[in-house]
Design a protein around this ligand. Structure first.
Ligand code: ITT
Ligand code: NA
Length: 193
């Protein structure tokens, strides 16, 4: 079976495919032939994920899911959070976002943070949410080159290494996205077996 994944982020696709395996073909927007930049104007991951899924469900008339993720840092009162992709500006690169985060965390001893993923599924006109989070801490400097986004500055609880120092198999032992995706799969099993 095929299911549209309302995303333009190839890293998310790679990570979720790794969890789903060949049980289900997920089709990111590009592969579904849909060229669109969906705005994310809201203040919560839930609302942005819903906007992405609803936009694509209306456009295609098909079932689909989306996900919105963010890094929430306690000492920064939850920032960058829902603004994680655009923390240092609308066109910011991951390097720029990381530089700003480390600058704001300078001298800060409380380095607790968590990644959070919200998946929104639109299935037969009903909306479902699945959430995963991963507690951890912010490093003092980037570590490692794997992964994407804030992976070089995030160490999950239970490890000494950053997400960017782990192969994907290892990141998925901890990952917010893996946890949310596992719930999505469990739900879909009840619908399609
Ligand atoms: P969509 O097309 O799915 O919206 P996006 O990249 O714009 O893709 P988001 O709006 O959800 O995605 O932004 C989330 C940002 O949070 C993302 O660009 C990364 O900078 C960061 N992020 C999310 N998950 C991450 C992870 O597992 N590791 C590191 N950074 C992550
Ligand atoms: Na986005």
């Amino acid at each position: 079976m095929e299911l549209i994944f309302a995303t333009n982020n190839p890293n998310k696709v790679k990570e979720i495919r790794k969890v789903i395996g060949d049980k289900l073909q997920i089709l990111p927007l590009k592969e579904a032939g849909i060229i669109i930049e969906i705005p994310e104007p809201h203040n919560t991951l839930e609302d942005n994920a819903l906007e992405k899924a609803e936009t694509i469900a209306h456009l295609t008339g098909k079932n689909c899911f989306s996900e919105d993720s963010g890094l929430e840092v306690d000492a920064l009162h939850g920032a960058p959070g829902v603004k994680s992709a655009r923390f240092a500006g609308d066109q910011a690169t991951s390097e720029q976002n990381i530089a700003l985060l480390l600058a704001q965390m300078e001298g800060q001893s409380n380095r607790k943070a968590r990644f959070r993923t919200v998946i929104t599924l639109i299935w037969d006109h009903e909306t479902y949410y699945f959430e995963g989070n991963c507690p951890g801490k912010i490093t003092h400097a980037p570590m490692g080159t794997d992964g994407f986004g804030y992976d070089p500055v995030f160490i999950p609880e239970g490890s000494e290494r950053s997400f960017a120092q782990m192969p994907l198999e290892e990141k998925n032992l901890f990952s917010h996205r893996k946890k949310a995706t596992t719930q999505l799969i469990e739900f879909l099993k009840t619908k399609i077996g």
